[in-house]
Design a protein around this ligand. Sequence first.
Ligand code: SF4
Length: 171
Amino acid sequence: MLLIGLLLLIAGVILFLVARKQREESGVPAGKIIYSDTGRWRRNDRPLFSNRYRLTGKPDYLVRQGREIIPVEVKSTRLRGRRPYASHVMQLAAYCLLVEDVLGVRPSHGILKYADTTLRIEYDQALRGELLATLRAMRRASGRRDIPRSHDDPHRCRFCGYRDACDQALD
Ligand code: SF4
């Protein structure tokens, strides 16, 4: 019994180290797991428009925290201990930029809420810069018709709203 417990403990430590290494290598902010009182969240049904960044979006929630307004994006999927998808982080960063530009208060972070965990994603200079570079790249590519798929994730394609129209969907 003691041996089984020891083996489980070792396996747990190895899994933790592997997961941490994968997080460090992927470059996507892993986010900090937080407890959030969702009872105080009020649904947002107001889209935000930014002329300056030619960007629009509707965060699921806008949560006031002191003088800050924090955008929240809710995903129905489970994260199961993995990192958030880069596209989810970019979507949240875009909401942070919209709050900054439209509402005039720059949020320190945004919140990604999955079915099994809630993550605080820092809206720092690195993420903001990455978002602006992504927006520039999207604008450059918007005139092209042959944009290659940016991932090899069949799971992502399975639940993608553009699957029917996409000729690069993975099975
Ligand atoms: S179906 Fe097409 S657009 Fe959707 S995730 Fe897959 S490759 Fe991207």
